[in-house]
Design a protein around this ligand. Structure first.
Ligand SMILES: [Fe+2]
Length: 376
């Protein structure tokens, strides 16, 4: 029997150069009121984006919470939620990369619930109330967090990450303004682009794939292969920036329904314990997981994927993907990350089982170990 599938999407998308200027009317459409602006510690100030955002929200006032570190812990999300409540904020505006947007989504929900955040992230409790409305403004083309419900946090033991994605966590509005990504440095342009590519490829092979996620994933892959090198070589190439922002959004519309798979599962300890940037960490094992999953896709789906990657055949798609990831800065070996053979068992143990199971067939710990041994 054909499988029954669903597709849920709850975010209004406002896309285009200069679209940040629509912020005040989008805030008003959500009821207005004082906003909590959530961002990282420095880059939004340096680029001027924070000042612009604050000015656009001037009428109803805004409080800035600029304490978001990379790979934010739950404690920062709880701190932001408390700040939103204390200052009477009615709206949360996130500007930045995935860390800022994920944190804002979590703050919006934590502020409306009484238990510690870890109870919800470890799925002992379910978010039951609607949170504060969130407007998400991405300045990187990678996470796609602006149009999905996922929130990822560093786990309390600080060795891996935990994630959840309740339907109330969809931002109400996403403003995608390519001009905001122009100041992103080359290395971050490349690594966030690799994150988007991993989202698309992983969504395509997960066990929950369906026609809508396939279409979004394949078009996202095509756009990233075509435009990421251009965005890296010339950050001011607005056509490349715009296509990458579209690609990361499409990848998110794909994995927002399907979840991500093995490369994300293995990436969490690489990032949290070995400090490897998220995009580079997911791209590190992407070709090996493709090699493992490709024979399970079936001939037609494997051919569609290899076509999107620009490869002549499914067999060649693994090599095409590997050279693309490495040309964008993905590490080639565990040694590049500072991981030795004796660490492999820890990486396997800390990898996310939920992600590894979200594959055409569940991936065993032994298979993960073998993939990592290939990367020595
Ligand atoms: Fe990711």
């Amino acid at each position: 029997m054909e499988k029954i599938w669903t597709y849920l999407h709850r975010t209004k998308v406002v896309f285009g150069n200069g679209s940040l200027s629509r912020l005040s009317e989008e805030a008003a459409a959500l009821g207005g009121g004082r906003a909590l602006i959530v961002c990282g510690r420095s880059s939004m100030k340096a680029s001027g984006a924070l000042d612009k955002t604050t000015a656009l929200l001037g009428k109803d006032g805004a409080v800035v919470f600029d304490k978001i570190p990379p790979n934010p812990p739950l404690s920062v999300m709880e701190e932001g939620a408390a700040a939103a409540k204390e200052s009477g904020c009615r709206l949360i505006v996130a500007i930045g990369g995935g860390s800022a947007i994920d944190s804002a989504k979590a703050m919006a929900l934590i502020a409306a619930h009484d238990s510690p955040a870890v109870e919800y992230f470890e799925r002992r409790k379910v978010f039951s109330a609607p949170g504060l409305p969130v407007i998400a403004i991405p300045t990187t083309a990678g996470t796609g967090s602006e149009v999905n419900a996922f929130m990822v946090a560093t786990a309390p033991d600080r060795d891996s990450k935990i994630a959840c994605g309740p339907p109330q966590a969809f931002p109400k509005t996403a403003i995608l303004d390519p001009e905001l990504s122009i100041s992103l440095p080359k290395n971050q342009t490349a690594s966030t682009g690799l994150d988007a590519l991993s989202h698309a490829v992983e969504a395509y092979w997960t066990k929950n794939f369906q026609p809508v996620s396939d279409i979004n994933a394949l078009e996202s892959i095509r756009l990233i292969l075509r435009w990421l090198p251009a965005a890296v070589s010339d950050g001011a190439d607005i056509e490349a920036r715009s296509n990458m922002l579209l690609a990361s959004m499409l990848a998110s519309l794909a994995f927002g329904s399907t979840g991500t798979g093995g490369p994300h599962g293995v990436s969490y300890p690489l990032t949290v314990r070995w400090n490897l940037d998220h995009g580079l960490a997911v791209a590190f094992t992407l070709p090996e997981f493709l090699e493992r999953n490709l024979p399970l896709l079936g001939k037609q789906r494997a051919e569609r994927l290899s076509d999107a990657l620009g490869a002549d055949s499914p067999g060649e798609s693994i090599g095409v993907l590997r050279s693309f990831c490495e040309s964008m800065g993905a590490p080639r070996s565990l040694g590049d990350i500072g991981i030795g053979k004796s660490d492999i068992s820890s990486v396997v143990a800390l990898s996310s089982r939920i992600n590894l199971d979200n594959s055409p067939s569940p991936i065993t710990d032994k298979e993960v170990e073998n993939i990592l041994l290939k990367k020595l």
